[in-house]
Ligand binder design. Structure first.
Ligand code: ATR
Length: 270
């Protein structure tokens, strides 16, 4: 058997095993299998030293996306710039690290065919680095970042030449593109929360990185005010597509993949 896995913690809710195992079967890779492994930051080094040999590739998720770079012999240019990877592929020269989150984030946005003059990123955690890099690629002129802990927003703003905003002042920004990278609105304790309890008047597109639930409170409010709403499931699907290509050299059919993950989320009837 050729083994692949998603590594991170917590991992039980990851949709990656559903997507990759379905795609392996669908495309006839009957000797490939994909599993979820709960690995904490402090366990990563011993796992990579003793067990990684049994695997041909990894999806890497929270909280390991930065830590994993220590174990990569080669890094893509995107990974070198962002300093975070979500994919590790075995090569004859060791582990190659790639970041398919950028492609995952950008593709659904590009598919809308719109131009943006300004964007506001809500949150300054690990996920926001791929978002910042993506917005830079789109050459958006004004990029704002706001975070509950202002210092983190300020640091990222300095590193990437963005405009930092105090969390409590975020509604003073009138962006055309608004992106949520915080867990506010995620299934569980934060389901009823929203990172944007304000008007969506100036906003053309609201993009949530959350995909459980498919429609968050944030996105439902955006739709009500006629903004376009993008669920994080789009990003999940495209990052998975690119990752699968790195694992196999092939792509799975996108529309079928979307149905598979929606069904897994219980949203088949949307
Ligand atoms: P990730 O690494 O995936 O980005 P994270 O670090 O747990 O995930 O959190 C992402 C962002 O959500 C962080 O910027 C965090 O703000 P802090 O830097 O102040 O911790 C933000 N966040 C988490 N919970 C929040 C909450 N209840 N209200 C506002 N922001 C929150």
């Amino acid at each position: 058997m050729q083994r692949y896995a998603v590594i991170g913690y917590p991992i039980s809710h990851s949709l990656s095993p559903v997507l990759h195992n379905w795609a392996f079967t669908y495309l006839g890779y009957l000797n490939k299998t994909y599993e979820a492994l709960a690995i904490k930051k402090e366990e990563l080094a011993s796992f990579m030293q003793s067990n990684s040999n049994f695997f041909l590739g990894f999806s890497v998720t929270i909280p390991l996306k930065e830590e994993i770079l220590k174990f990569a012999q080669k890094k893509s240019s995107v990974v070198q710039e962002i300093k975070a990877a979500n994919t590790l592929v075995k090569t004859s020269k060791g582990w190659f690290a790639e970041n398919t989150d950028v492609y995952g984030f950008l593709t659904p946005l590009k598919n809308l065919g719109l131009k943006f003059n300004s964007a506001l990123i809500l949150g300054a955690g690990g996920a926001s680095r791929a978002v910042i890099y993506s917005l830079k690629l789109l050459k958006i002129k004004e990029i704002y970042i706001t975070n509950r802990t202002y210092d983190k927003a300020k640091k990222l703003a300095q590193e990437f030449h963005l405009i930092p905003i105090v969390w409590e002042d975020r509604n003073k920004v009138k962006p055309e593109l608004l992106i949520n990278t915080t867990p506010l609105g995620m299934k569980g304790k934060l389901l009823k929360e929203t990172p944007w309890p304000y008007s969506f008047q100036s906003i053309k597109v609201a993009y949530d990185l959350i995909y459980t639930p498919f429609w968050t409170k944030f996105l439902l409010a955006a739709k009500k005010e006629q903004a376009l709403a993008l669920s994080g499931l789009n990003m999940f699907l495209y990052q998975g597509l690119k990752q699968f290509k790195l694992f196999t050299g092939q792509e799975f059919p996108l529309a079928k993949g979307l149905l598979v993950v929606k069904k897994a989320l219980g949203h088949i009837n949307l």
